[in-house]
Design a protein. Structure first.
Length: 291
């Protein structure tokens, strides 16, 4: 039995599809089963509730060979690291009590991010909690998600621009969620690996934000520019979109770590995934902009 958390999320749903395509038995933890597609709902075992709940994790992990673990972000959280740790505590207790063999988790790439790097540090703290259980573990150390640009579809369409706090001329490592899901599916289906470690995940690109703007302009066949946001303006924009003070500050701290080169070493060392930024823009972003 393979257990998937966040099965309606942008990564989790792709993992569920991949496991079902391989003919594997799948159990999912989901708050609202109606959000599962009918085709998925009739083929998976559903445990309803929150994966922060020990009873839910205990029910879901019983007899599980492997678990796919994702922390869904909560921009209302009053502590970033506290939220990640609280969200993982019940799972760790259930992993230990039930003897789960393997866990594949979505994490982050980066060096020197153990503290002071916002959501990056929180993700590392979550990995350490899982590893202290002694379970075999692979942390998918992903670069920034290409899908984060989907939050700026309106700005790209209406203003011909997208906005981040990164320097325009500094390479920013990215990855498509489809490649994260594919690696997760591969590891969940493989019962031969053991130990604990990380798998850096990046695209084959080496693009700056200005370079991304050029690709966007070519794919959308309209001018698109990149505009860097000052950190204080970025923080206020996140608060304006509903983020707590702590969550917004975490995003700022994460951006500072990225700007200071946190991704660079992993980016150079990682084996690139198959999905390039231009392909992703054509297949995912362009339809969203034109919708």
């Amino acid at each position: 039995m393979l257990v998937v958390t966040t099965p309606t999320g942008q990564i989790g749903r792709q993992v569920v599809d991949g496991l079902l395509a391989a003919g594997e038995p799948v159990r999912v933890i989901v708050r609202d089963p109606s959000r599962l597609s009918p085709g998925v709902r009739e083929r998976v075992e559903v445990v309803r509730g929150s994966h922060r709940d020990l009873d839910v994790c205990t029910e879901a992990f019983a007899g599980a060979d492997a678990v796919f673990w994702v922390i869904a972000p909560d921009q209302r959280a009053d502590s970033v690291v506290g939220y990640y740790e609280d969200s993982t505590r019940a799972a760790c207790r259930a992993i230990t009590a039930l003897g789960v063999k393997r866990v594949v988790s979505v994490s982050t790439m980066g060096r020197g991010i153990e503290t002071g790097a916002g959501q990056l540090s929180a993700s590392v703290a979550k990995d350490r909690m899982i590893e202290r259980t002694g379970v075999h573990h692979r942390a998918l150390r992903a670069a920034g998600f290409m899908e984060n640009l989907l939050w700026q579809v309106a700005a790209i369409r209406d203003q011909g621009a997208f906005f981040w706090p990164q320097p325009a001329d500094r390479v920013l490592a990215l990855v498509a969620t489809r490649d994260i899901a594919a690696k997760a599916t591969e590891l969940l289906l493989d019962a031969s690996w053991d130990g604990q470690g990380g798998v850096p995940l990046v695209s084959p690109d080496d693009l700056t934000p200005d370079g991304m703007a050029q690709v966007l302009s070519e794919v959308l066949e309209r001018p698109v520019r990149y505009q860097r946001l000052p950190l204080d303006a970025y923080k206020q924009a996140m608060i304006g979109h509903g983020a707590s003070e702590a969550w917004a500050q975490g995003l700022v701290d994460m951006a500072v770590a990225q700007n200071n080169g946190a991704y660079d070493e992993d980016h150079r060392a990682a084996t690139p995934g198959p999905t390039g930024f231009r392909q992703w823009c054509g297949e995912v972003l362009k339809p969203a902009v034109l919708a």
